[in-house]
Design a protein around this ligand. Structure first.
Ligand SMILES: NC(=O)C[C@H](N)C(=O)O
Length: 641
């Protein structure tokens, strides 16, 4: 992942349909034409003066400048017909890939505007069909049409255009509600909330707030300069079978019949299934006939393991482990692997067991990843640096980067090795970050504790002015926020400048966890957003009752006051919390910019947090009618652009 440098970035936005452009006809939502014309009337999507100066054609729009030296110009291709994505199939997704291929040389990146219902399938298929991707492909859509007053489409589409315009991310991604996910890691978890998607087993590649926080090390690296390959030959006879307690062998037999060539089987927990002999016989008979079956857990989070006899029984029937793949990704992978011509069954099984597009986390040992987490590399470097006197200068130069990488990976061993070499763990790396920044952002409690015990400064700001505390807030690492606050960390006036708007945004999304993070970090939750409204007002207007209760409880109990002080240098900007009767005790870190205030009792124990709903996304649907899902079905003809 890198920042795009071209002064003019050209994107192709392929509009396939979905709620984002829908209109109401006869009381129901139907796909709507003319998205480009609608965008043309919205100043956030189009700078008419600049377009006229450039002489851009009707279908090409230009965003207002996001940075003084760069413009994002995008052409909207409207598909014919437009789809509610429930009607889309692998046929249309391959056609989208072919459209990208046809226009690959003309554009810097691609945005695919798609319905949300099957967007996770679409993103997964595209990730396999597009090989050697060197440009950014981002899918996005909306829960509410862009024409509605209160909608998520504008924010999602603008975010996708800006991410694809400003960064080179050589992957198929999905952008929704300010998060950029790897496309083949997502699943739709909510039919109404704006936060419709989650990536249960891989953190987002980027999170957009007041700043764009990139998870650079997660983004796939381009290998060489190989040409884009589009794998149009995919297997359509792939299906999805969800096991349920007592599922009859006869039903399984009926489902596993030809022409089916591949099946994703959603099993219980760690990949377990019933061990009834008649059922296992059906699985074995199917796999011996050459049917490929991949085992994915129906849990939202976690992986298939070999820890249970019930799991081993399933594996013994010739079923391949899907580890932590989503069912969507596993179906797409099966279609891709089965579509490869001339491979033996064993080779296909081997392909399935490999990580092809970042879609799966293989158990350590199955794949060696050159990371500091497998401490051999880190220790090796440390050992090398200790060899000679001359190495001292090299060590000096390498230590900050190495220490930050180790801290970000949560690798205490490497940090310990560096300490033994006499390294200073408070040194800053090339962009001004310290290991504490890296550990706070990565959410590594043990590393944060170790660094604080060693007395590193908590107030260091990186080149962008960000402190470890703000990174912990953005990462929602509540325990780390607590540790940093206890060590005297405060948000600076600069960091609090846009907090009000961010709080309103979180309130509008019912993002309780995000609000709690800011509150724990000492932000004023009553601080107004850009339009003068508070988070409470926004939550009330949006009908987000949990958030309203949370904020009201805080207000009622006077705990709306931040759980510690904001910077004593705070002037203007957000109003500081009244100090009330809190005692100002000595700081544990005299170097900090503001005095450390002990957390008030209601916060220190954590017991006074108002009752909240679980921040974890809701579990995947359990409805039995979804137990048997048919595979990729060809629909009528579709004319790609
Ligand atoms: N929010 C949406 O886009 C849902 C719509 N039914 C679709 O998938 O096309």
């Amino acid at each position: 992942m890198s920042r795009a440098v071209e002064p003019e970035r050209r994107l192709l936005a392929i509009y396939t349909g979905g709620t984002i452009g829908m209109r109401i006809e006869g009381g129901v939502l139907v796909p709507g034409r003319g998205l480009a014309a609608a965008l043309r009337t919205l100043p956030m999507f189009h700078d008419e003066d600049h377009a006229r100066a450039l002489g851009l054609p009707e279908d090409t729009l230009v965003l207002p400048p996001a940075s003084p030296d760069q413009r994002v110009i995008y052409t909207v291709l409207e598909c014919q017909p437009l789809f509610d994505s429930s009607d889309m199939t692998i046929t249309e997704w391959v056609q989208i890939a072919q459209t990208i291929e046809r226009h690959y040389g003309q554009y810097h990146g691609f945005v695919v505007i798609h319905g949300t219902d099957t967007m996770a399938f679409a993103a997964s298929v595209l990730s396999f069909v597009l090989e050697n991707l060197q440009k950014t492909v981002i899918l996005t859509g909306a829960q509410v049409p862009i024409h509605a007053l209160w909608n998520d489409g504008r924010e999602n589409l603008l975010g996708a255009l800006l991410m694809a315009g400003q960064y080179v991310i050589p992957e198929v991604c999905l952008f929704f509600q300010n998060q950029l996910f790897r496309g083949n890691r997502v699943t739709k978890v909510d039919s109404r909330r704006f936060a419709a998607f989650c990536s249960p087993n891989l953190p987002p590649l980027a999170v957009v707030g007041a700043d764009v926080i990139l998870n650079r090390e997660l983004v796939r690296k381009v290998r060489g300069k190989e040409r884009l390959v589009v794998h149009s030959s995919v297997e359509r006879d792939v299906g999805l079978l969800r096991l349920y307690p007592g599922i009859p062998a006869a039903l399984v037999r009926a489902f596993l019949q030809p022409p089916l060539r591949g099946v994703v089987m959603e099993t219980f927990g760690c990949g377990n299934g019933p061990t009834k002999p008649d059922l296992l016989r059906e699985f074995r008979a199917a796999t011996e006939r050459g049917l490929l079956i991949v085992n994915c857990t129906h849990c939202l989070q976690g992986t298939v393991t070999s820890g249970y006899a019930a799991g081993m029984a399933v594996a013994g029937a010739g079923i391949v482990s899907g580890f932590d793949m989503t069912s969507e990704a596993a179906m797409a992978k099966l279609s891709y692997v089965l579509g490869q011509p001339g491979l033996s069954l064993d080779s296909r099984k081997q392909l399935l067991a490999r990580d092809l597009r970042g879609e799966v986390t293989l158990p350590s040992g199955d794949e060696h990843q050159p990371s500091l987490t497998c401490s051999t590399l880190g220790r090796g470097v440390a050992q090398l640096l200790s060899l000679s006197q001359e190495a001292a200068a090299v060590r000096e130069a390498l230590t900050p980067g190495l220490a930050c990488a180790a801290a970000h990976a949560g690798d205490l061993d490497v940090l310990q090795a560096l300490v033994e070499l006499g390294s200073d763990l408070s040194q800053e790396n090339f962009n001004g970050q310290t290991p504490l920044h890296a550990a706070a952002r990565g959410g590594h409690r043990e590393v944060v504790t170790m660094l604080l015990q060693r007395g590193v400064g908590v107030s260091t700001r990186d080149e962008d002015g960000l402190s470890p505390l703000l990174l912990a807030v953005k990462g929602r690492h509540q325990d780390i926020i607590g540790l940093l606050r206890a060590a005297g960390a405060c948000l600076s006036p600069q960091e609090l400048e846009d907090a009000g708007t961010e709080l309103c945004r979180l309130a509008s999304r019912a993002d309780l966890e995000g609000l709690q993070s800011w509150w724990r970090a000492g932000a004023d939750l009553a601080c107004p957003g850009y339009d003068g409204r508070s988070a409470l007002l926004v939550a009330e207007a949006a009908g987000n009752l949990e958030v309203v209760t949370f904020l009201q409880n805080l207000q009622g109990g006077a705990a709306v006051q931040a759980p510690g002080p904001v910077s004593s240098q705070s002037t203007g900007g957000p109003r500081p919390w009244p100090r009330g009767s809190r005692s100002l005790e000595g700081t544990s870190d005299p170097s900090t910019a503001c005095p450390a205030h002990p957390a008030p009792p209601h916060w220190a124990g954590g017991s006074h947090l108002p009752p909240t709903s679980h921040p974890i996304p809701p579990l995947r649907h359990l409805a039995l009618q979804k137990t048997l899902k048919s595979g990729w079905v060809c629909s009528g003809p579709w004319v790609p652009p």
